[in-house]
Design a protein around this ligand. Sequence first.
Ligand code: ADP
Ligand code: AMP
Length: 215
Amino acid sequence: MNIILFGPPGAGKGTQAKKMVDYYRIPQISTGDILRANVREGTELGLAAKKYMDKGELVPDEVLIGIIKNRLKEQDCEKGFILDGYPRTIPQADALAVILDEINKPIDAVLNLEVPDEELVERISGRLMCNCGASYHRTFNPPKKDEICDICGGKVFQRADDKEEAVKTRLSVYKKQTEPLIDYYAKQGVLITLDGTKDIDEVFEEIKAVLAKFA
Ligand code: ADP
Ligand code: AMP
C-alpha cells in the first residue's frame, strides 16, 4: 500500500503515521524527521537545511527529491510506504511521479487531513516531540510519564520551528506552495479528504475504513 499523508503543519500526519506503521507494517518516510536527524548529526545536508527549517521555510526541492529517491529504493519500501511531509511543492510531486513510475509503485491514496488554522496553532504550540519521531501534545496527547517518550524512553522537547514566528511562516508557506497539491491529486482521482479535528483514535478509525480496499 503506497500512501501519502497530506495536510498542513500540525494536522496530525506524524501522529497517524506512527499508528499506521504499527497496524500496516509499512515504513513511515517523514522528510522532516530525516532532515532533523541530519541537523542533529551535523551532516553537510543538515547544515544546509537548518537555516530554512529554523525560519519555517521549505528546504530546496532538489535536496528533498534526492532524499526521497534514495529512500524509496530501500528494501523496507517493498511492501509499501507512508510518505509524511513529502511532497510539499508541485515540482516535488512531479519528481515523485517519475520515481514511482521507475520503480513501478503507483500511489494508492493521498489522505488529506483537514484542520482549521486556529486549531493548528494550538496543536503546534503545545507539541512535544522525541528524536525517535514520536509526537505528543502537552494537553491533547501527553506522554504517559512526564517528559519521557512512551516509545523509546527519550526526553521530549519543543521543536525549534514550533515557536510562534516560524509557525506563522509555515502556515503561509503551506497555503502558497503546498495547498495546490490538493487539486493536483484530486485530478488524479487519488485524494481522500478526512476530518482531522476528531480525536486521534477516531481519525485513525477513519483512515482504516478508507484504506480497507487497499490493505
Ligand atoms: P504533523 O505531523 O501533521 O505536523 P503532528 O502529528 O506532529 O502533526 O501533530 C501536531 C500536534 O497535534 C501534536 O502535538 C499532536 O500530539 C497533536 N495532535 C495530533 N492529532 C491530534 C488530534 N486528532 N487531536 C488533537 N491533537 C492532535
Ligand atoms: P515537518 O516535520 O514535516 O513539519 O517538516 C519540518 C521542516 O522540514 C519544514 O518546515 C521544512 O523546512 C523542512 N521540510 C520537511 N519536508 C520538506 C519538504 N518535502 N520540502 C521542503 N522542506 C521540507
